[in-house]
Design a protein around this ligand. Structure first.
Ligand SMILES: Cc1ncc(COP(=O)(O)O)c(C=O)c1O
Length: 354
């Protein structure tokens, strides 16, 4: 197997662990006596399917039918997908496969999802933070990024915790001009009206996309995410990934959800409608100074009286994310059920009277 030339040098020196050999093998067997499992153990006595070819095909067909490509010449196949134990595993896996500790430099945006920084630091990777610019935090200083020449650049689009999206063409410009990888985390893309970077995968071999079943697909508990990228990237990641990250029950749950997506798709519309209502209402409150336009299932709100409002929320046993370390007086609130949203609004309304 050919290891991607940008992978850590150590990887090409390692031989393939036994269970992962099955992933790359074309051998077809009827009886597998290679695993030392107990054949009397019932449903889960065997290891999970490592290839997941049917699941990969089902996933691709589903996402492309929900969001058809703008042109017909998109050729994505099962070789472009790797399932992970949530996209958190995807982030960790990409970092430890492609970044040489103490040597390589990774760029992250700010404010953004803290996991990129967290795992990069744990792996001893050098970090550079690039601020998101403009009123809607949609711009990056591309010139500086190109000058820094990072091994990879993480962009969360739409972004967590702001809910905003990056300006059109930014990702393509970076893919086109960067030597390293552009990792686009699309954990919330299903809630956005913008098109996915998925359709650029054929064009840019340095583009890596992260998706998850934890958010719009409503399956956070089963721990499944997906990495979409060029086949050589996927194969190299598979070489490094723990052999059986996605358990059999997880695979079964994902298949069931993808085979019957109707109520999930309806829930996306419901959440988007609640989002519009929540934003409209929040904008009428005196205690709210800014509500960011959201392309996700959460909203970032800048409060005028942050400490009192946080105290009231906690007295009412409502937990929202305190984002004040990223942006002064900011909170991030998820779109909940109608009654949860109303309870949240009542507190903000009350805080606005004070
Ligand atoms: C932007 C982003 N990426 C990835 C994740 C992790 O998702 P998962 O549950 O798939 O590990 C989250 C979860 O909050 C997220 O906000």
């Amino acid at each position: 197997m050919i290891i991607h030339p940008k992978a850590r040098s150590l990887i090409s020196k390692l031989s393939l662990p036994n269970p992962i050999q099955k992933y790359f093998s074309n051998l077809d067997w009827e009886i597998d006596l290679s695993n030392n499992t107990n054949p009397y153990g019932g449903n889960f006595s065997e290891y999970p399917d490592v290839k997941q070819n049917e699941l990969k095909k089902l996933y691709l067909d589903t996402i492309l039918s929900i969001n058809p490509p703008p042109v017909n010449d998109i050729t994505l196949g099962i070789g472009n997908i790797l399932f992970t134990a949530g996209s958190m595993e995807g982030i960790d896996l990409i970092l430890r496969t492609f970044s040489e500790p103490k040597e390589d430099l990774v760029c992250v945006t700010s404010p953004s999802f803290s996991a990129y920084t967290h795992w990069a630091l744990i792996h001893g990777i050098r970090l550079q933070t690039m601020p998101l610019l403009g009123d809607n935090l949609a711009y990056l200083d591309i010139e500086t990024i190109l000058r820094i020449n990072p091994k990879m650049m993480f962009i969360c689009n739409p972004n967590n915790p702001t809910g905003t999206k990056i300006a059109p063409n930014t990702i393509e410009t970076l893919c086109h001009s960067m030597n390293g990888f552009v990792v686009v985390d699309e954990a919330y893309i299903e809630f956005s009206d913008d098109s996915s970077s998925l359709f650029c995968l054929n064009k840019y071999k340095n583009l890596i996309i992260l998706r998850t079943f934890s958010k719009a697909w409503g399956l956070a508990g089963i721990r499944c995410g997906a990495i979409l990228a060029d086949t050589s990237v996927i194969n190299t990641l598979r070489y490094v990934q723990l052999p059986f990250s996605i358990s059999t029950p997880s695979q079964t749950s994902v298949i069931a959800r993808l085979e019957d997506p109707k109520s999930t798709l309806e829930s996306w519309e419901k959440i988007k409608k609640s989002r519009t209502g929540l934003i409209e209402e929040l904008l009428t409150f005196k205690g709210v100074s800014t509500v960011f336009v959201s392309e996700t299932n959460f909203i970032m709100v800048i409060l005028k009286n942050f400490p009192q409002t946080m105290r009231l929320l906690s007295q009412q046993k409502i937990h929202v994310l305190d984002c004040s370390s990223s942006l002064p007086n900011a909170i991030r609130v998820s779109i909940g059920t109608e009654s949860q949203n109303q309870r949240f609004l009542e507190v903000i309304r009350f805080a606005s009277l004070a």
